[in-house]
Design a protein around this ligand. Structure first.
Ligand code: MN
Length: 244
């Protein structure tokens, strides 16, 4: 047997920052599940008895447009026939910490973005039904498209305002950030009791109702008041790679 070769070293995923040339290096991607009551209900869950919760996506599944107006592409992932969109407010942590006081949680925010938590819904629901982790439903190549990060000093604190997503110009998701079950401050405080937060940590804060399928050729437009609109096109499935 020959020695194992490294053909290249993995690079750190970075995201552009509005108004700056320096980029935001992504460390971890935390996500909140079922953080809007009407989305929990459409998923068949009673939000009064089943509170939100956390899961993660790998950092290298994040990608963002390099220029304003650039349309991102998500290849239709393998092993699914029900790829769903979930528009979400993304919070970028600027200062880390543990056991963060909820009253000071906002001091840990670097900025905000709009993102889409792309989901293989059929796999997620099959795993949920089997009582197994959702991982394969939530994680695949390029499953976390997001806009450039808008620093807090440019966009101010974002606690309310419209969050929306269209597919081929047709409205699909529309709600208000004030309907988050766990507010951004609560999420940061709670997460910091489970993990040590660090600069580079992104938090996808949950999606409102109206999630649904997309197919190759569809273009999604995700928007949050005060942030740049994110455009993502669903591309054809990638050809299988043949192992050397
Ligand atoms: Mn989500």
């Amino acid at each position: 047997m020959g020695a194992i070769r490294y053909t290249h070293l993995p690079s750190v995923t970075t995201v552009p920052v509005v108004g700056r040339s320096e980029r935001y290096p992504v460390r971890r991607v935390y996500c909140v599940g079922r953080n809007y009551a009407d989305h929990a209900i459409e998923m068949g869950i009673d939000p009064r008895t089943d509170p939100p919760f956390f899961f993660c996506k790998p950092a290298d599944t994040v990608f963002a447009p390099e220029d304003q107006g650039e349309v991102l592409e998500v290849p239709y992932p393998p092993q699914t026939s029900n790829l769903h969109h979930e528009v979400e407010l993304v919070v970028a942590i600027g200062e880390g910490g543990r056991n963060i006081d909820i009253r000071r949680a906002h001091e840990h925010i670097f900025g905000y973005a709009v993102g889409i938590d792309m989901t293989r819904r059929d796999l997620q629901l099959a795993m949920r039904k089997a009582g197994k982790p959702w991982e394969i439903g939530k994680t695949f190549e390029r499953c976390a498209p997001m806009s450039a990060i808008c620093p807090l000093h440019l966009c101010g604190r974002i606690d309310q305002g419209e969050i929306a997503l269209t597919v081929q110009g047709q409205p699909r998701q529309k709600s208000d950030l004030s309907k988050l079950i766990w507010s951004v401050s609560e999420i940061i405080a709670d997460l910091s009791r489970l993990y040590t937060l660090r600069p580079g940590d992104l938090i996808f804060t949950g999606t409102p109702e109206g999630v649904g399928p997309v197919v190759p050729g569809d273009t999604m437009r995700a928007s949050i008041g005060g942030l740049a609109t994110l455009e993502v096109k669903v591309a054809a499935a990638e050809a299988d790679e043949v192992a050397a």
